[in-house]
Design a protein around this ligand. Structure first.
Ligand code: PLP
Length: 394
């Protein structure tokens, strides 16, 4: 009876949905499914943050806030960025958004005209292409090759730049690969972006989840020019285990941030007030729990990386951040007689009862994504099931 707008008719539903729905159906039928699809930390939000949220409600702070966020939260974000990245921003260079995801959505809305191109390195986070398309932009995919740790090179970047290129997305550490760009790599990419006036969108949502001797570097901290050329996207979701609170932020050019704020004033009005008070405590309070959660993820990663590589036909680079493993399983799919990794992932769910996300959703068909934001015992049990499944079929 009703015709939907063209813009949503071409939307690709999140690939994780099909698997999640199927996993739920199996669970409802009493099957013991282990879900490794989660995109969120499995810890509760730290207690001092919960307390701050409760106190703000008791004190009556339950009304609208400025569209761009509470001044006290902007101040906390500015101080966090000065502390961690060594970069200074003014309040009109900051917008608090309803999660990092809506920050990105708003950014593309204010940045793109029809046909404007955004360079998206693959494997990518599922929402980038859809958000670019919703803003009438054109995603230009650039393959981050496994032999280069899934990262794009400066030469690759140069080869896809056109008159219509407006922005490039850098997601470090990456979802789904967990890879991290070094300062030198970022500098080389940054120089090209400066030369061609391409906006750098730096999605740093996994900034706090970095392992081993690695250190997170923001491209914006490398020079004054790169700070001007970059919009940083970040938030409390992954760092403080606050995915459900929906608080993120964008930092950068005041005209862009201003336009995003104007758009927010007509769309969201403001990010949830209680969540903003919680986030002030997240950034101003002790960061001990952030570090504890990071250590927990790191020890899980170190416990499972060899086990996953011992599964026949699996090859997994050791991630340097985030909480995902992204093994190449093309060989395993072939060995076990499946025509594609999608079919292999479907069989893992139906026969081994382990839910993983096929890489096709991230623009990388030979891979699967497993999230270790789950207890080590469950994760090890899942790997054991996968191992047995593959061995029996080979
Ligand atoms: N960017 C990346 C790479 C992500 O993986 C996610 C969440 O999965 C987000 C952004 C969105 O974060 P938020 O929950 O703050 O919207």
């Amino acid at each position: 009876k009703f015709t939907l707008a063209n813009r949503v008719q071409s939307l690709t539903p999140s690939t994780t949905l099909a698997i999640t729905a199927k996993a739920k159906e199996l669970k409802d039928n009493g099957v013991d499914v282990i879900g490794l699809g989660a995109g969120e930390p499995d810890f509760n939000t730290p207690v001092h943050i919960l307390e701050a949220a409760k106190n703000s409600m008791d004190e009556g702070f339950t009304k609208y806030t400025p569209s761009g966020g509470l001044p006290a939260l902007k101040k906390a974000i500015i101080e966090k960025t000065s502390r961690d990245q060594g970069i200074n921003y003014a309040p009109n260079e900051v917008i608090v958004t309803n999660g990092a995801k809506h920050g990105l959505f708003t950014l593309f809305q204010v940045l793109l005209n029809e046909g404007d191109e955004v360079i998206i390195p693959t494997p990518y986070w599922v929402s980038y292409p859809e958000q670019v398309k919703l803003a009438e932009g054109t995603p230009i995919y650039l393959e981050g090759k496994e032999e280069n740790q899934f990262k794009i090179t400066p030469d690759q970047l140069k080869s896809v730049i056109t008159e219509k290129t407006r922005a490039v997305i850098i997601n470090s550490p990456s979802n789904p690969t967990g890879m991290l760009y070094t300062a030198d790599e970022l500098k080389a990419i940054g120089e090209i972006c400066l030369a061609h006036n391409i906006l750098i969108i730096s999605d740093e949502i996994y900034e706090k989840l970095v392992y081993g001797a690695e250190k997170h570097v923001s491209i914006a901290e490398l020079s004054k020019e790169l700070r001007e050329q970059t919009i940083i996207i970040n938030g409390v979701s992954k760092s403080h285990s606050m995915t459900g609170w929906r608080i993120g932020y964008a930092l950068g050019n005041r005209e862009i941030i201003g336009a995003m704020t104007d758009l927010a004033s007509h769309s969201t009005s403001n990010p949830t007030t209680t969540s903003q008070y919680a986030s002030i405590a997240a950034y101003n309070g002790s960061q001990e729990s952030v570090e504890e959660m990071r250590q927990s993820f790191e020890s899980r990663l170190n416990s499972v990386i060899d086990t996953i590589n011992s599964i026949p036909g699996f090859h997994c680079l050791k991630p340097q951040g985030a909480f995902y493993l992204f093994p190449n399983v093309a060989q395993a799919a072939k060995l076990t007689g499946y025509a594609s990794v999608d079919d292999f992932a479907k069989a893992l769910l139906e026969e081994a009862n382990v839910a993983v996300i096929p890489g096709s959703g991230f623009g990388a068909n030979d891979y699967i994504r497993l999230s270790y934001a789950t207890s080590l015992a469950q994760f090890e049990k899942a790997l054991d099931r996968i191992h047995k499944f593959v061995e029996e079929k080979v």
